[in-house]
Design a protein around this ligand. Sequence first.
Ligand SMILES: *Cc1c(COP(=O)(O)O)cnc(C)c1O
Length: 399
Amino acid sequence: MPLHFGHTLLSIPGPSAMPERVLNAMHRASPNIYAGELVDMMDGLVADLKTVACTTGDVAIYIGNGHAAWEAALSNVVVAGDRVLVLGSGAFAIGWGELGSSLGLDVEVLDFGKHTHVEADVVAKRMAQDKDHQIKAVLVVQSDTASAVRNDIQAIGQAIKSVDHPALFMVDCIASLATEEFRMDDWGVDVMVAACQKGLMVPAGISFVYINPRGRAARARIARVSQYWDWELRISPKRFRDYFCGTAPTHHLYGLREALNMLIHEEGLQATWARHRVLARAVWAAVDAWGAQGRMHLNIDDPKRRSYAVSAITTADGDADILRNWCEQVAGVTLGIGLGMAAPSDPAYNTYFRIGHMGHMNVPMVMGTLGAIDAGLKANNIAHGPGALAVAAAVIAQG
Ligand SMILES: *Cc1c(COP(=O)(O)O)cnc(C)c1O
């Protein structure tokens, strides 16, 4: 019997659920783009975007999704024929590398597979072998939204520096900005890419490239960057429209303003990170309980390596789809597909689903999602252990 009514809860790892406050902030007539409120808002918005990434560096805003930020970042620091080293740990660094290949880069992939993290000492070894510094940049993802692994960005940055390699350190925080602790300056990240539709709770459409002085210096060595992707004018605009190389994404900026108010001015960035950690641990506890019988388990074994933004869960063949369909059609909760984990021809294709717990997520949303899954397991006679909701509640009670 279909029981869904009212909002469907979107528990996928991006786009994430949007708070009413963000939606309401966007619900307005088109503003003046030459003077007034929107133009005056920019200084504070840029300052807050830097705060979220713990950086005093620069940030360029692009009208585009995460792929746009991927292309923008690469276009400013490398040219066709340059070698970049991609550190694979799921799907997204590999995807960034594929985009790099389409730009003519010489892409080398050091792949750690889909079930574990990037090992910093292996990276150090590879960088040490590159004696004549062919590798111009190293690309890695903090939270891989497919495998749900969280890479240790600080350790990987140290590994590159420990062998005195000058390659730029470029990090994809598209899923992790404002969900996981990330300290751009302290961790020595040169270029970071992010987008607005995950931890930042704004509909997809704008993305960000953060740059430190080493990143700026790399840009200065490039002879020619397309006017659209060039970050220089976006960083140092002479007029409002220079921020965007044309018309501003007016309503997204209002949405982002409200989201940043909620996250950094009201909740506080440390508390935002802490909330994500607790809610993620509640999800893990539930999955562990379900996994005591049957085949469900978290894709990443080591809790220290798990993303706090998303969980990827393995099931017996076919169960993932049955469960997702039931949760959406009967319970009004949309779960994520097992993206990028196996090709449709692979027997493992139907064995994954994901729970997004990023951005606008709170206790009733996470407990509601877990409750719907628990009911879905029972309704579909999928083998599982008991007590998942109780252990999740216990995690939340401890905080
Ligand atoms: C979502 C995501 C992307 C892709 O972003 P799009 O907006 O879909 O282009 C890239 N990297 C990570 C880690 C992501 O989570």
